[in-house]
Design a protein around this ligand. Sequence first.
Ligand code: NAG
Ligand code: NAG
Ligand code: NAG
Ligand code: NAG
Ligand code: NAG
Length: 407
Amino acid sequence: MAIRKINCVWGLIFLSLIFVGESQNSKQFVETRNTQFVFNGSSFVFNGFNAYWMMMVAASDKSQMSKISNVFAQASAAGLNVCRIWAFSDGSDHLALQTSPGVYNENVFQALDFVVSEAGKYNAKLIMTLINNFKDFGGRLQYVQWARNASVQIKSDDDFYTNADIKGYYKNHVKKVLTRVNTITKIAYKDDPAIMAWELMNEPRCTDAANAKLLHGWIEEMGAYVKSIDNKHLLSIGMEGFYGDETPDRKQYNPGNYTVGTEFIKNHLVKEIDFTTIHAYPDSWLEGKSEKERKDFLQRWVDIHMNDSMIILKKPIIIEEFGRTINGNSVEYRDSFLSEVYSYIYEYAKNSSGGMAGGLVWQIMSEGMESYSDGLQIILSQSPSATKIMHDQSTRMVALEHPNNIE
Ligand SMILES: *[C@@H]1O[C@H](CO)[C@@H](O)[C@H](O)[C@H]1NC(C)=O
Ligand SMILES: *[C@@H]1O[C@H](CO)[C@@H](O)[C@H](O)[C@H]1NC(C)=O
Ligand SMILES: *[C@@H]1O[C@H](CO)[C@@H](O)[C@H](O)[C@H]1NC(C)=O
Ligand SMILES: *[C@@H]1O[C@H](CO)[C@@H](O)[C@H](O)[C@H]1NC(C)=O
Ligand SMILES: *[C@@H]1O[C@H](CO)[C@@H](O)[C@H](O)[C@H]1NC(C)=O
């Protein structure tokens, strides 16, 4: 009896230790609750940036690693606290992470370790994308090429979404990255609070838009696979926001009315997908159109996706990529676009208690990175006006955060 009682007391202490451990653990990670992100007992809204290049630049030469730290430091000073990077690069290039299916360049992996470790140091949260739809840095077509080279029967590039061998390559990459133990911090990526979310693919599309069902099946299968390895982190698809044939009334919102094989609503209904994303490039999407048409497009694009995320999908939304080239444009013209997007984000965030959670500008670079320039790059130390606009946005977004008491 007495011994039993003692056991019972120890058991309770043990259980409560586990419980405290668990709740502290869950506090470290960004989660979603209904249409909001929550973090550390508060709603979480943010202002952030894209810097896809970080792993490649860190891997290129030890002398380049300071560029990563510089950008995190400059971004942090501007209040930019979410950063989206590529956690892939596939192919024969010396900066490829995966040189052939399942074969990894340890030097490049250690560069990724460094980026993740620096993010943690500067309190930036990472969104890490696992493959590209486009051929830059390998991507979907490199996987297809690998399969062809291994004598796998391939009919079209969209077999990426269905072929068992190729799905095996992709799952292997997911597992390799998520279970990677960081050589600097010794923390497995899947357990690292510096990471906010995984992302299945950068801008998934089908080569033939009629193959939308294949992409949807892939999202379901890979969403479940990611969560089977890591259910601490959030997961997004990485899509641009195009509506498809299953929502004919929504197709009019797509730029130029065309479809790309994605279904914004159906794809995001997949239960493993925690938040929705849209990208916005009115200039290149509406080439040759007037400024007014582009502005009208942007407003409708953000408005309809916001409504669908809040009302139908009930998941937070972020504007994950937006930018305007400075090639042929003035800095003021670029800055006015940033201000326009930031106003939408802020106004919607305010109206929806943070359901519209933030935006990631495309893209922040360091000084001395000319070879990565795409016209949309912003070097914070050389762009005082854009930096001020970003800083102001960060400040007003953070002011919208409020305690979240629903435990
Ligand atoms: C959570 O918030 C508390 C203050 O409310 C702060 O002391 C703590 O550092 C925060 N934790 C994280 C992981 O940000
Ligand atoms: C194709 O596969 C062979 C082995 O079957 C390998 O040696 C070769 O490097 C591969 N080529 C490419 C371009 O992947
Ligand atoms: C898109 O389709 C709608 C309805 O069919 C039409 O009213 C609109 O003018 C079209 N827009 C473009 C850019 O083609
Ligand atoms: C979004 O919802 C609001 C409020 O219900 C409505 O006024 C607006 O027209 C909707 N936007 C679109 C593009 O349907
Ligand atoms: C925010 O809500 C107010 C009041 O309900 C409304 O007038 C305004 O149009 C809304 N703004 C946006 C961007 O939804």
